[in-house]
Design a protein around this ligand. Structure first.
Ligand SMILES: [Ca+2]
Ligand SMILES: [Ca+2]
Length: 231
């Protein structure tokens, strides 16, 4: 689980979210001249998927309007089309894990960001997820993580799904992790997770079982709290 959270930190760095210092600078930046403004508006109308009103996003997320503006600017720089597809996620992750194969993990992560399963992550999807991961309550963060593990989105995590995710994380880390992992390491990892999480031993982990067992585990809680210090 720590690995899952750690990789989000990497993604955050890549997306160049604003630090407090940058926001301060933005406050005092000279006003845009008229031609910049027109260019911006032109861009807004040509982008195929414009964000919903920032006011609306402000009520739906834990970001201020100013933060949303800065995030949108960064998002547009990285993704001029206004949407991110699965390949972009794969590219980002392969940069951070050059010795491994990040494609499966990026695939699962993309599906968690793409809440509507539309095949692309729009700015709204992106900031909604970021808002949960950075500023959500512990429950919201755990729900998000549960959804990531619930690959077929049927509301339960079964052993195969957990195996797929854990394998994807091991693949992403690559063969050069130290100490060298045994081939059956993912399987042992999953057995351990399941023993802890499947409280009633019915073969699936429900959201309640997931939240309860994560809150019992200090390691998981510590990795979740890391998010709170990022912004
Ligand atoms: Ca499932
Ligand atoms: Ca169960």
């Amino acid at each position: 689980m720590g690995a899952v959270m750690g990789t989000f930190s990497s993604l955050q760095t890549k997306q160049r979210r604003p630090s407090k210092g940058q926001l301060y600078v933005m406050d005092y930046a000279p006003r845009q001249n008229k031609s910049d403004k027109i260019e911006d508006e032109m861009e807004m109308t040509t982008v195929c998927c414009r964000p919903e009103g920032l006011e609306q996003l402000e009520t739906q997320t834990n970001f201020t309007k100013r933060e949303l503006q800065v995030l949108y600017r960064g998002f547009k720089n990285e993704c001029p089309s206004g949407v991110v597809n699965e390949d972009t996620f794969k590219q980002i992750y392969s940069q951070f894990f050059p010795h491994g194969d990040a494609s499966m993990y990026a695939h699962y992560l993309f599906n968690a960001f793409d809440a509507a399963q539309s095949g692309s992550v729009k700015f709204e999807d992106f900031v909604t997820a970021l808002s949960v991961l950075l500023r959500g309550t512990i429950h919201e963060k755990l729900r998000w993580t549960f959804n990531l593990y619930d690959i077929n989105k049927d509301g339960h995590i079964n052993k195969e799904e957990m195996m797929d995710i854990v394998k994807a994380i091991y693949d992403m880390m690559g063969k050069y992790t130290y100490p060298v992992l045994k081939d059956d390491a993912p399987k042992q990892h999953v057995e351990l997770f399941f023993q802890k999480m499947d409280k009633n031993k019915d073969g699936v982990v429900t959201i309640d079982e997931f939240i309860e067992s994560c809150q019992e585990d200090d390691n998981i809680m510590r990795s979740l709290q890391l998010f709170e210090n990022v912004i």
